[in-house]
Design a protein around this ligand. Structure first.
Ligand code: 9WN
Length: 435
């Protein structure tokens, strides 16, 4: 059974691998290369096709801008089955954008650092992988420098995101608080996602108006970070994004230490790491909720909802033991009922929870993969095992979907997998969980 599911996962990844040296997240729905998808995908590939794993990362890093920025989508082809495409995003507006690749002008969670370390963990031929990492690591380091130098206007140790697509958790109910502060124009455009996936599982038209409006403002300012920090109606310190940065900082420091030399880079990372962890625990911890939350910098207030992003700091080793205990209790109280799979993407006790809609409640395998590892690291072996088993059970029963209903009993509906089918990171991370 285990071998069978791994073989099926390999078939998904092989079918999604493109001639250009990258893997699409899902055929039809997502026809390009996405930043954080690529990282998770490379972890799965490293188990059985090291060349593809290396290529995946190399191709992504080739699209890096001259200021260290790595875009969230690299448009390797002219495929027009996705909206908004490169002609809407216009990365050429930024003077330092890649001349080789068209891309978006926004980024995604910085997973690449810890992914390099994971690739090294997985492969047998350590020397070969170390050589590969040596050739790539400075690009990832430059990306971290970009974040600290351009995305932290108040020099706090926490970086901002200016778009919900940068968070990776696109239509999380957390953003509803921000949409309430905005009134974007009604755009006329042709949605492509809802031709691939049932509209009830995707964001609404009005939500897309907000998404496009924020990009318009960034474009009017040629994607200038300082201008965006000054003008974007969406400016958020996101716990998931910052936890990924912290996790990857740690990986980069450990890898550089392994290579020897690079003292200046290690010192830079260490200084920022300490500041980041302190600021994270001080600013993003909500004592009353017993969880980490997002902070709305534009309106200067915390966004007080619990989501799967609230637990991602476990993966990055951010809370101390006592705080981790509070956090895990919050998770089990709100998300952990026997009637549910772990872990819903949004608080099932909150009015905004929707078990079928994208980031408003369904289980996502990448979040579970990080949660599993974080829980294990803090010694919560049983809960970690439940997260792993739930993930495998959902995939085994329904297939390699993008997200899954978190309710065990969905009444009449037989299927619990939603969104894109044959979804690459679901396949990749199932391989890693099972190996
Ligand atoms: C926008 C590719 C991406 C993931 C995101 C997920 C979804 C895109 C979309 O798909 O977002 O980036 O069009 O909905 O939310 O996490 O990286 O799989």
């Amino acid at each position: 059974m285990k071998e069978n599911i791994i073989n099926r996962a390999i078939n998904v990844l092989d079918a999604n691998f493109q001639k250009g040296g990258f893997t699409i997240p899902s055929k039809g729905l997502y026809p390009f290369q996405w930043k954080w998808d690529s990282g998770f995908i490379a972890v799965g590939l490293a188990h059985y096709n090291i060349d593809h794993a290396k290529k995946e990362i190399e191709t992504l890093l080739n699209a890096q801008w001259d200021n260290g920025f790595i875009p969230h989508i690299v448009f390797h082809t002219d495929d027009d089955s996705y909206f908004p495409g490169h002609d809407f995003h216009r990365s050429d507006l930024h003077p330092l954008s890649s001349k080789k690749y068209k891309s978006t002008g926004m980024t995604q969670p910085p997973v690449t650092g810890f992914v390099l370390q994971d690739m090294l963990r997985i492969v047998d031929d350590k020397e070969d992988m170390l050589n590969f990492i040596k050739g790539q690591i400075d690009k990832v380091y430059d990306n971290h420098v970009y974040f600290y130098e351009n995305r932290d206007p108040q020099n706090e140790g926490l970086v901002y995101i200016y778009h919900n697509w940068e968070s990776g958790t696109d239509n999380s109910p957390v953003w509803d608080d921000i949409w309430d502060t905005m009134n974007p124009p009604e755009y006329t455009f042709e949605r492509k996602d809802t031709t691939h996936v049932d509209a009830s599982q995707r964001p609404s038209k009005r939500e897309y108006d907000h998404y496009l409006y924020i990009i318009d403002i960034a474009k009017q300012n040629n994607y200038d970070d300082a201008k965006i920090a000054e003008l974007s109606p969406f400016l958020v310190q996101d716990p998931l994004f910052n936890a990924m940065l912290i996790k990857s900082n740690k990986a980069l420091m450990e890898l550089y230490e392994l290579f020897g030399g690079n003292e200046d880079k290690i010192a830079y990372l260490r200084k920022n790491q300490e500041r980041s962890i302190a600021a994270f625990n001080q600013k993003l911890w909500d004592k009353e909720l017993g969880a980490y939350v997002h902070y709305d910098m534009r309106n200067d207030k915390p966004i007080r909802h619990v989501s799967s992003s609230s637990f991602s700091p476990l993966f990055a080793g951010i809370p101390n033991k006592e705080r981790a205990e509070v956090l895990v209790n919050t998770m089990m109280d709100r998300f952990g009922g026997d009637d549910k799979y772990l872990c819903a993407s949004f608080d099932p006790t909150d009015d905004r929870f929707n078990p079928r809609k994208y980031w408003r409640g369904p289980v996502w395998i990448n979040m579970n993969w990080m949660l599993y590892r974080g829980l294990k690291e803090y010694g919560y072996r049983e809960i970690a095992a439940r997260v792993k088993n739930d993930s495998i059970e959902l995939v085994e029963r329904d297939g390699f979907f993008e997200y899954f209903d978190c309710r065990k009993d969905t009444g009449e509906e037989a299927r619990k997998g939603y969104g894109g089918d044959n979804f690459s990171w679901t396949a990749a991370l199932v391989i890693d969980l099972l190996k």
